[in-house]
Design a protein around this ligand. Structure first.
Ligand SMILES: NC(=O)c1ccc[n+]([C@@H]2O[C@H](COP(=O)([O-])OP(=O)(O)OC[C@H]3O[C@@H](n4cnc5c(N)ncnc54)[C@H](O)[C@@H]3O)[C@@H](O)[C@H]2O)c1
Length: 256
């Protein structure tokens, strides 16, 4: 049975990786999906093609999540095309590696802009539309194990993901009375373009997998299955939580 029938979803950054997997899986489960991209139009077409081949419906919207007008466009396109928007997946993200003492203001602004400021104002507009229409809604943020776990050399990324952890908790409390739920998915190491250099470096990959009790990288399908649950009726009473999906990485410590 389709678990997301009648749902209308926006998935940011859905021209690749985890976002692409979530958009495709949502459509398979009956949702209509706004596919978002910033530079990779071919990737967005590929997502739409996958959705259509599965008999689903999607619409593509180019938008930079760091720009207010663009973020409004993302939600508006769902309302204009299908008359609503019930689910927002804040997935678009980026990282920039640098020792803390070398982080530039521009890098800080870029990483925090995409990973925290973008979701903040996109969520605000999504919520404004729901409140005006008196409708319930779901927000799912793709954060990271680094909303909780330190990663030297990625201070901007960790600050942004820690920020979205607290934002999610705060909004779950503030908007629970309006029946809008907020949850985070915190992936560990997932095979996506973001990890291209890791996947191409066998020694580094083997060292990482030593720390993953399940002994493999996660897949976008692993993450998409969890997102379907959080968007579905089955998760009606779930809000204010982070769901870690990391093959056991966060609980793993061993000495050589
Ligand atoms: N791959 C992993 O191991 C992993 C682990 C933990 C968390 N995550 C998180 O998962 C999310 C998806 O990452 P991914 O691994 O699929 O990598 P990815 O690089 O394939 O996806 C990131 C997407 O965000 C989009 N994006 C970047 N800046 C944007 C902007 N300003 N406006 C709109 N879109 C923008 C990119 O175009 C891309 O499609 C990110 O938030 C990332 O932090 C990934």
């Amino acid at each position: 049975m389709a678990r997301l029938k009648e749902r209308i979803a926006v998935v940011t950054g859905s021209s690749s990786g985890i976002g692409q997997g979530i958009a495709a899986r949502f459509a398979q489960e009956g949702a209509r999906v706004v596919i978002n991209y910033i530079g990779d139009a071919d990737g967005a077409d590929q997502t739409l093609d996958t959705i259509r081949k599965a008999g689903g419906e999607g619409v593509i919207c180019k938008a930079d999540v760091t720009k207010m007008d663009d973020t409004r466009k993302l939600i508006d396109v769902a309302w204009q095309t299908w008359g609503g928007c019930d689910v927002l997946v804040n997935n678009a993200g980026m990282e920039k590696e640098a020792d803390f003492w070398e982080v530039t203001e521009a890098d800080y602004d870029k990483v925090l802009g995409v990973n925290l400021r973008g979701p903040f104002f996109l969520t605000q507009y999504f919520v404004q539309k729901l409140l005006a229409a008196g409708k319930p809604g779901r927000v799912i943020n793709i954060s990271s194990v680094h909303e909780d776990m330190a990663f030297p050399g990625l201070s901007t990324y960790c600050a942004s993901k820690g920020g979205i952890r607290m934002l999610m908790r705060n909004l779950a409390v503030e908007l629970g009375p309006k029946n809008i739920t907020f949850n985070n998915i915190a992936p560990g190491a997932i095979s996506t373009p973001m990890n291209a250099s890791l996947l191409n470096n066998k020694a580094e990959l083997d060292a990482l997998l030593e720390n993953v009790p399940l002994g493999r990288m996660g897949t976008v399908e692993d993450v998409a299955g969890l997102a379907v649950f959080l968007a579905s009726d089955e998760a009606a009473y779930v809000t204010g939580s982070t769901y870690v999906i990391d093959g056991g990485l966060m609980r793993s410590y061993h000495e050589q």
